[in-house]
Design a protein around this ligand. Structure first.
Ligand code: ADP
Length: 447
């Protein structure tokens, strides 16, 4: 207690209205109005000041004027050095004070910080707690001081102090209330800076992880491709030489090596798109011809799984200007998934048609479908609806990411509609050959 009123122990932003109330209590009407107007102006600065530095300068300028002090400064706790550092000081002290640490023991600011409680020292000469190094460095002499903790959501993060009350007057409880109020406003700004720093650090970490992932994909796919090619080549050669006796064993080797090759191809497709190395060699190609090739590729697999693989595309060849290999990869990945996620006895249907200047291709199945919460994520790299621990289906979570990249490289769009337990329809649109290049943000795109 000072002067019969309870000192404000908290300089948290949430306590601001209460603190403003305290200011109202102890002053003449004109003083109150003046102080409240100034505080309002400072609060407005929270959103209008060009940067935190400018804003905190306003705070210390107001702190020294409103408490009738020579100087004021804000110190921030540095958790690594475990000491306080000057965050904002009067400009002519800035360069000497910035590098200086103020210890938590043996300084007034340190005590205010540790105890999270305001403090007034009317005569620093008679009080050993004052940290005299600062006076020596700045060549000021501190006679008196008032300091309050700066608190953010219960955590003390710094100290606001005012030095040398003018005309040798004593600091009062009103001065502490003013400092506490300004400290609470500073706390809000400092919290924003803390959050910004955290977000920046997280962004840097994410970028580094992304780089590691990209490097990993590039190296893995590159290093696996050559030995796999050799295994496949030699196994095929041996199959021809060995005749029927070892056919089934060699078929198993070839089948699994081909699976591995598909995975490696997917990995390197993702890498190529990411690094911008993917080249589109566009020609006039028939979308129907591509779809027919894909149906041929998957016919046996569909039959062996007892799934009906149907198709419809009328008589038009549906020409597009595209890299046929890439569109084949995209459509193959959709059909491969449809077959994988459909139970025996089900159907997978491919259709090709035209819609307002676009060739429209859909792959529908009546398989397991995709839960609504996962729909926005299925085109993300490495995403799978099942977690890898409980997985029943194989795959790397790359097929749809590759398909999306391939379609978007051609100025097209891809999306999915699905109902859990009922089935899914993946659709993509590609500009009709000879049509004006599409404007990305328009067109009949959804999803
Ligand atoms: P993967 O190669 O693992 O299948 P994809 O990127 O092709 O990866 O697909 C991602 C995930 O989306 C799949 O693991 C699956 O959970 C879901 N999915 C894709 N296509 C279908 C489909 N036709 N029916 C149900 N789920 C599907």
């Amino acid at each position: 207690m000072l002067g019969g009123r309870i000192l404000p122990a908290f300089t948290d932003f949430d306590a601001l209205p209460w603190m403003c109330g305290c200011i109202i209590q102890g002053m003449t009407t004109n003083e109150r109005i003046d102080h409240l107007e100034r505080l309002l102006e400072v609060v407005r600065g929270l959103t209008t000041a060009p940067d935190i530095e400018a804003f905190l300068q306003t705070i210390i300028a107001e702190a020294s004027e409103m408490t009738d002090s020579e100087l004021a400064s804000i110190l921030e706790y540095d958790p690594e050095a475990k000491e306080l550092r000057f965050l904002s000081t009067i400009w002519f002290d800035r360069d000497v004070l910035r590098p200086m640490g103020v210890p938590l023991e043996g300084s007034v600011a340190g005590e205010v910080f540790r105890k999270s409680h305001p403090l007034i020292i009317q005569d620093t000469k008679a009080d050993q707690r004052h940290f005299k190094v600062v006076d020596r460095v700045t060549k000021h002499e501190t006679h008196s001081l008032a300091a309050v903790p700066i608190i953010v959501r219960g955590d003390t993060i710094g100290v606001l102090e005012a030095l040398n009350k003018r005309d040798d007057a004593h600091y009062t409880e009103d001065d502490l209330t003013i400092l506490a109020t300004l400290g609470a406003i500073a706390a809000q700004a400092m919290r924003n800076v803390h959050l910004e720093r955290k977000v920046t650090a997280a962004r840097v970490q994410l970028a580094e992880l992304e780089r590691l992932k990209t490097d990993f994909i590039a190296i893995t796919s590159h290093e696996l491709r050559t030995p796999l090619g050799l295994i496949l080549g030699h196994a095929t050669f041996l199959k021809e030489l060995a005749g029927q006796e070892y056919e089934s064993q060699l078929d198993t080797i070839i089948k699994n090596a081909t699976r591995l090759k598909d995975i490696v191809e997917n990995l390197s497709d993702v890498d190529n798109v990411q690094t911008g190395a993917a080249r589109v060699r566009s020609h006039k190609v028939s979308m129907v011809k591509i779809a027919e090739d894909v149906v041929l590729t998957f016919q046996d697999e569909a039959k062996s799984k007892n799934i009906t693989l149907g198709s419809d595309w009328g008589n038009s060849p549906h020409f597009i200007e595209a890299d046929g290999v890439k569109i084949n990869i995209a459509l193959s990945n959709l059909v491969k998934n449809a077959l994988q996620f459909t139970e025996p006895g089900g159907t997978v249907h491919i259709s090709v048609g035209e819609d307002s200047g676009y060739v429209k291709v859909s792959v529908s199945d009546n398989g397991i479908g995709i839960p609504p919460r996962d729909l926005p994520k299925v085109f993300d790299r490495f995403f799978q609806v099942e977690t890898h621990l409980t997985r029943k289906y194989g795959g790397m979570g790359l097929g749809l990411a590759v398909a999306k990249s391939m379609i978007e490289l051609h100025g097209g769009r891809i999306w999915v509609e699905s109902e859990e337990g009922k089935g899914s329809t993946f659709t993509f649109l590609l500009p009709v050959e000879g049509a004006a290049k599409p404007v990305r943000s328009t067109g009949p795109f959804v999803g």
